[in-house]
Design a protein around this ligand. Structure first.
Ligand SMILES: [Zn+2]
Length: 423
């Protein structure tokens, strides 16, 4: 057998023997120890661990790296929307492209093979976020899959003309209908916003991905929309095609109130994408003591069988001052804040950044390190899969559709069992 790429001696499961991976035509064609094949290119992983390519299921590129342009003074969500709104009104194509590329380059370097991006679609910046992403989708085609969400950050009813812009965005090639139902003036408008999102999704046969229930608690009904969204999902037959970011107000419900809501989410097949860097930073701001973690109830959702993924959301702006589009770094943060520390929970976090994220953005049919799947994987500069979140190691090789896209020349050859490499 002759293949395009042969990876020798790689660890895909910690308790199993090392295997070889043969890749041809962008797909994994064999996965077993001692594959007898010639290849155009050979990687000797020398026992290093491989994980499926990481996936950013929720990322804002058009608003990234604005942290030094107009620094926030207080750090609240309202201020972040206001400050970013001022900057959005001055967006220029080359600058948006430049900042977006910087973040995508960070993501690729960190082993990300797919990104679902949420460019704002509103009267402030118009369609510049969608237009630039359409260009970047082609430009980065060999490095990662890029999905575009038409995201009405400023509301739909509250911001007249946004509805028409969303239709334009979807006609131009946006893949997903976004929503921001809490950014309306009252609960009736929030419901209407959700209805409009589902109407557009059905009309364009597109998935739905909304920012939802992003508050410390459910006191204001606009931030308690999850049940209504679950009901709409089932009514429209959209089970498995709806993802929601944040959903932090769920974290404020007591166990008895929470359980039936989680059951609705599960029945509706909704994926929850937790965004810990932003949620931790913006949540619980008014608490004077026992300050909340401000996260969706990750453990309860996960235990109930809901598909939970996580993502970076923002990189260095008023919503999230930190970040470098590194899914392992955010996974480590999430593991701490969600108290996912025992071995099976650490594996669950890795799944949330890989398999669960693939499911959240509709890629799971062709994803994973298995024969027949698209060859999107990361070989880490560490020797156990379970050390991915502990070491946050350099991504020694990143492979996208069977092609090596990143080689990090800092391999820890000597200290095989006690890696000393810093990234
Ligand atoms: Zn977001």
């Amino acid at each position: 057998m002759h293949v395009d790429l042969l990876i020798n001696n790689v660890c895909v499961r910690d308790e199993a023997p090392l295997v070889d991976i043969a890749i041809k035509g962008g797909r994994i064609v064999a996965l077993e120890p001692g594959i007898d094949a010639s290849a155009d290119e050979i990687i000797d992983a020398q026992g290093r661990a491989a994980i499926p390519g990481l996936i950013e299921a929720h990322l804002h590129l058009d608003k990234a790296l604005l942290h030094r342009r107009l620094p926030a003074r207080f750090g609240t969500l309202d201020e972040a929307i206001r400050v970013t709104g001022i900057l959005k009104s001055k967006q220029e194509r080359e600058d948006v492209l430049d900042r977006s590329r910087q973040v995508l380059d960070m993501a690729v370097k960190h082993g990300t093979v797919a990104v679902r991006a949420h460019p704002d679609v509103d009267l402030i910046q118009g369609l510049i976020g969608v237009e630039t992403l359409l260009a970047l989708k082609d430009e980065y085609n060999s490095l990662l899959d890029l999905q575009i969400v038409a995201f009405p950050q400023e509301g739909i009813l509250k911001s007249k003309g946004t509805y028409e812009l969303m239709i334009d965005a979807l006609r131009m090639g946006a893949d997903v209908v976004g929503g921001c139902p809490y950014n309306e003036l009252n609960w009736d408008d929030t419901k209407r916003h959700i209805d409009i999102v589902f109407e557009l999704a059905q009309r364009f046969d597109a998935p739905v991905d909304m920012h939802a229930d992003f508050a410390d608690d459910t006191a204001d009904q606009r931030f308690a929309a999850i049940s209504y969204i679950a009901q709409k999902t089932i009514e429209t037959g959209y089970q498995g095609r709806v993802s929601l970011g944040h959903v932090t107000s769920l974290g404020a419900l007591d166990a008895d109130t929470l359980a039936p809501v989680i059951e609705q989410i599960r029945l509706a097949g909704i994926s929850i994408v937790t965004l810990p860097a932003t949620d931790l930073y913006l949540g619980g701001r008014k608490d004077q003591q026992n300050q909340r973690r401000g996260l969706t109830p990750v453990k309860a959702l996960h235990s109930a069988g809901v598909n939970v993924a996580y993502s970076s959301n923002n990189v260095r702006n008023a919503f999230t001052p930190f970040g470098k589009a590194d899914m392992l770094l955010i996974g480590n943060l999430l593991a701490h804040v969600a108290q996912f520390g025992v071995p099976e929970h650490q594996q669950a976090i890795l799944d949330m950044g890989t398999h669960n994220a693939a499911r959240a953005i509709g890629l799971s049919h062709d994803y994973g390190i298995a024969v027949g799947k698209q060859a999107d994987l990361v070989i880490l500069d560490t020797f156990k899969v379970a050390d991915a979140l502990l070491d946050i190691p350099p991504r020694a090789w990143v492979i996208k559709r069977g092609r090596i896209t990143v080689v990090t020349q800092h391999h820890c050859e000597i200290h095989r069992h006690s890696c000393c490499c810093a990234q």
